[in-house]
Structures are given as C-alpha cells and as structure tokens.
Design a protein around this ligand. Structure first.
Ligand SMILES: [Zn+2]
Length: 453
C-alpha cells in the first residue's frame, strides 16, 4: 500500500512539474502571422522543386539562353512565379533578374558568364521606413565536378529547398502589407564561390541599403544523416558568427571589457529566429550553432556578414553527403545524387514557416529603439536603462530583455511603455537589451545598450 501511495505521489509531482514547465511558456501569436504560417504548403514546395529539377542542370556555367535547360531557363521561371504572385500584391511586388557579367578567372569560372540573381521586392508601406529584410536561397546546382555544366544536376535539396522556401514566402506574404520592405532572393553562382550573393551584398553596401536582417536558407529539406543514420525532422540549425570583421579597435576593446563576445549582430538575429520561429512553428526546435558555417563549406550569408549586415544560415540538422554535390549514380547499392525522393516535405514546410514568421514579425515591428544607454556612473545593485523612440513608425512600448551572462537565450522580458527603466537587478550580473514593440505585439531585433557616463 505504502509503495502505491509513494508511486502516486511521484506521479503527481511529475505531472505538476510538467504542467509548471508548460505554464511558464505563454505563447502569444499574432493572428495575421499565424494565418500566413498555416498557408505554407507541402504541395506548393514540392511543385517548385519538381519544376527546378526539370531544368536538368542549374549549374552557373550552363546555358543562359536555352528555353528548357540550364540556369537561364530556371531563373526566368523563378521571375515568372514572382510575377504570378505579384498579381495579388496591389502592385507592391516587383521582380527581375539582376544580371552582371563575370570574366573568366583561375578558380571556378572558365568562360565569361552572365550571372543573374532572380529577385522580387515587396515594397514596404511606410515611405519613411527604409528597412530591408532578405530571405535567400541559391538557384544554381552542381554535381561532383563543380565545372561540369552538362550533366544532370537536380539540386533538389541543395538548394531547391532554399529557393522553394523563398518562393513560398513570396506567394503568401505578397498578399499582405508590411511597413518595411522584404526581398525574396534566388541567387546564382553560389557553388562557383558565392558570386551572386557577393555581387548583391557589395551593391547593397555601395547603395547604403538598410538591411536589418538576412536569412540564408541552404540545404534544409532532408533529415537523414548518411553515416550515423539519424532521422530527425524536429530540429533546424541556425549558424551565426559571434561578431563581425568590423569589430576592431575600440569596438573590440568594448566587446572584451563588457563580455559582449556573444552579442554581435548575427548572433542577436540567431537568438531572435530561435524565439520567433519556435513561437509560430510547432514540433520544431531551432538549434543555434555558434559559428558562421560548417567545415569545408560556405554560404550566401557570408558576403553579407563580411560587409557588416546581420545575416545567418539555416540548414538541416543532419546532412546527407551522398545526396550533395554528387554525380547521379548507384554504387554498391548506394544511390548518390540530390533528388527529391530523398526529401522530407513536412520538414521543409516547418523550416519555411520559420522564415515566414521571422520575416513577418520583423517587417511588421517598428524599427529598433535609438540610443540605448545603460547608466554606469554609480556603484549600484540595480540597473538604469534609457533609450529613444525608433526613427520611424510607432512603438506602443518596449521589451527590456535580460539574461545571465552565461545564458545563451534571453530569460526575462519586461514590457514598458516609457523610454527609461530602473530594474532591481545588478548590471554587473546580467546582459540587457531593448526591443521596440508594435501595435500587434511584433518586436524589433534587440539592441544592446552602450555604456552611458
Ligand atoms: Zn548549397
């Protein structure tokens, strides 16, 4: 009898502790974003990938003039899809192929190439708000030899998955309006050395585009590791650099003295993607990886990161190297090649929804608060922060975020309608940040306060 009572006690304790765990996570979803997330469709994603594969190869060195086969036909088709979606956008979505000519080099371009990024811009509704959010994938594909422009290179997952996510977000989001601008981007030349992304990042820098965040999606529609045999469609990785190449001199000193090595722009964005992605997408964990990319591989976020923009990479949890960068063949019973039969469209749906939720939440939110300061003039066991209203738009209030110095994610979120706050927590023991919050509770990226004296 006693053991039964003990067992029941243990059961109830477990039950209540589990309930407690869930009770702490109150999830508030914006109904407009929730509605958009529900529209992400496995059928649409599959149809985009089937069409991309039908171009035979999308190698950057393949034909740009053939109507059926090659990168030229593929990028025209992407723009045609964007133009179809534009019909429901009240004239706000416009698309084109942004081309440039690259001369042959001694690396991965052996003839002069007409390089083209297919892109669509969903113009923001607030003319005074110049923020830009970018979602990207790469349209080009490859086989074992990156210079092989004739063999079939289906590129279903690498990176049909990323481009399919871009198209699906464009389809759904172009029916809605946002104060900030969103760019849907399918670049070329990734496999030849991040050429299309570098071209656009340099152009953006030259023209002073205010890119607030860039989400690069590359290889995120399959879930099956080749050698460890793990199948998992419940986790997606976010790669982010800790701080950027611009952080030298005084900026580097500041990072060292304040312990801000985990709070660079890309890392801040990764944390945001984790929180907002998990808010809107069920049965998916966003796993932050504290490095810019995987070993031996590159990605289109990198040229943006190197020019000081906040950019991260989203990639599946377990890659299958038999299905990437491989000639189509069967050897010793193993099928090699990047074909759609190896993809998990439910996983791709969830990963696409993460992008959509983050882009929508960012583009609906007001811009970041201005001139955040933390007062360090006195020895106190409390913390005083102040900031100014965002440059444009309207914030109904602000979230003050805090976390212990060893925590990877924000632990406490305090809402304030004012632009100053005194918190009963010591500035010595926590990191703080401030976000602007809009009318429908969408929050901007967080900004770490600078030291005010
Ligand atoms: Zn790729």
């Amino acid at each position: 009898m006693k053991t039964i009572i003990n067992r029941l006690l243990v059961f109830f304790c477990l039950l209540f502790s589990a309930a407690g765990t869930f009770a702490q996570k109150i999830i508030h979803r914006d109904t407009e974003i929730e509605g958009m997330v529900k529209q992400v469709s496995t059928d649409s994603l599959r149809s985009y990938i089937d069409k991309m594969v039908s171009f035979g190869t999308r190698n950057t060195l393949s034909s740009t003039t053939d109507k059926q086969r090659g990168i030229g036909a593929a990028r025209q088709w992407v723009v045609q899809k964007f133009n179809e979606f534009a019909k429901n956008s009240n004239g706000r979505l416009t698309a084109f192929v942004d081309t440039t000519t690259l001369a042959a080099d001694s690396r991965r371009i052996d003839v002069s190439v007409n390089l083209g990024n297919a892109m669509a811009t969903l113009k923001g509704t607030d003319p005074s708000d110049n923020r830009i959010y970018i979602i990207s994938g790469h349209l080009d594909s490859r086989v074992s030899d990156v210079m092989n422009r004739t063999a079939d290179a289906p590129g279903a997952n690498d990176d049909g998955s990323g481009v399919a996510a871009v198209l699906e977000c464009a389809r759904i989001m172009s029916k809605h309006s946002f104060p900030a601008t969103i760019i849907f981007l399918a670049v070329s030349g990734e496999e030849q050395g991040l050429l299309g992304a570098s071209y656009l990042a340099e152009k953006a820098k030259r023209q002073s585009w205010n890119i607030d965040a860039m989400l690069n999606n590359d290889i995120m529609g399959s879930n099956h590791s080749n050698e460890t045999n793990i199948i998992d469609n419940t986790r997606l990785r976010i790669f982010s650099e800790s701080f950027s190449v611009q952080d030298t001199g005084r900026a580097a000193l500041n990072i060292r003295s304040l312990g801000l090595e985990n709070d660079g722009r890309a890392r801040q964005l990764a944390r945001y993607v984790k929180e907002v992605g998990e808010r809107y997408v069920d049965n998916l964990e966003l796993v932050m990886v504290y490095r810019n990319d995987r070993f031996l591989r590159g990605g289109d976020h990198t040229p943006f990161v190197q020019l000081g923009f906040a950019a991260v990479r989203l990639t599946e949890m377990n890659e299958n190297y038999n299905h990437q960068h491989q000639d189509l063949r069967t050897e010793k019973g193993i099928v090699y090649g990047d074909i759609s039969e190896f993809m998990d469209f439910e996983y791709l749906r969830k990963n696409t929804a993460v992008n959509l939720a983050c882009l929508a939440n960012l583009a609906k939110a007001p811009p970041v608060p201005e001139e955040e300061k933390i007062d360090v003039r006195n020895l106190t066991n409390s913390s005083t922060l102040n900031w100014k209203v965002p440059k444009t738009g309207k914030a109904k209030g602000y979230y003050i975020l805090m976390r212990e110095t060893t925590s990877s994610v924000w632990q406490k979120k305090i809402f304030s309608t004012g632009t100053a706050i005194i918190l009963p927590y010591s500035k010595d023991n926590y990191f703080f940040a401030v976000q602007s919050v809009g009318a429908t509770d969408n929050e901007s990226l967080p900004v770490i306060p600078t030291v005010g004296r």
